[in-house]
Each structure stands twice: as C-alpha cells, then as structure tokens.
Design a protein around this ligand. Structure first.
Ligand SMILES: [Zn+2]
Length: 126
C-alpha cells in the first residue's frame, strides 16, 4: 500500500531477482514447442505446438496422423531443448513430478498428469 511512498524516500535497491522475475513472466505466456509422437515401429512425428506452463496444456498446431503401430511415448521439446513427457491417457497435458504419498503408501516422487481431471490420475490414486 505504501510501496510508492517508501520507494520515493529510499534509493532503489538493486533488483537481484530481476532475471528470475523475467523468467517467470515469460513462463506465464504460452511457449512455443514441438510435439513429438514416437511409435513402436520406430517412426517419430513432430509437429509445432504451444505449451501453457501454467496449466500444463499442450496444443499441437496440426493433427497428428497415426501410422501403423501403437504409440510409445509423446513428449514436447521446449526451445531450451528441455523435453517434457506428455500424458499418455489424455494426450493433451504434460506429466509433472509430484512428491507425496504414493499409491503403495510409500513416500516419494511420482509423475502425474497436469490435468487433475485426467483419468490417469485416478488410476494412480485409488
Ligand atoms: Zn492426462
């Protein structure tokens, strides 16, 4: 509330967090990425896509054609080369790492779909 008054009195401090903040504001926007489908016959299909880091939702710009064979994995590749697995149940949201109680009652890391309503999450947490 009094931020403006306080800032007027004191010299502006060096903003050490500026690069971090810049990174986060960038993350709030849709990120361009590529969506890659890997099939068990060895073929890979890559299409341009966008990724929403807030929700984990991925939108491929063109529909993915399905060759013969079955889907092995899907992932997106961000511009910094980071690969993120896409949920193999809904094919729309990325998987995220969560730490907590697992289905076998141990405590540890697991991955779950970013969409809380995805059917894959109800399989993991009965
Ligand atoms: Zn899912």
């Amino acid at each position: 509330m009094n931020n403006r008054a306080r800032r007027a009195r004191a010299p502006a401090p060096v903003d050490l967090l500026a690069p971090v903040r810049a990174k986060f504001s960038r993350l709030e926007k849709l990120m361009k990425c590529t969506f890659t489908s890997v099939w068990d016959d060895g073929s890979e299909i890559t299409t341009p896509a966008t990724y929403d880091p807030k929700t984990g939702e991925v939108s491929a710009e063109s529909s993915r054609s399905s060759p013969k064979g079955s889907l092995e994995r899907e992932f997106i590749t961000l511009q910094d080369e980071e690969e993120i697995e896409v949920c193999n149940a809904c094919h729309t949201f990325v998987m995220k790492t969560v730490v907590g109680d697992l289905a076998d009652l141990s405590f540890g890391e697991s991955t779950e779909c970013s969409d809380p309503n995805c059917e894959s999450n109800s399989i993991n947490y009965v």
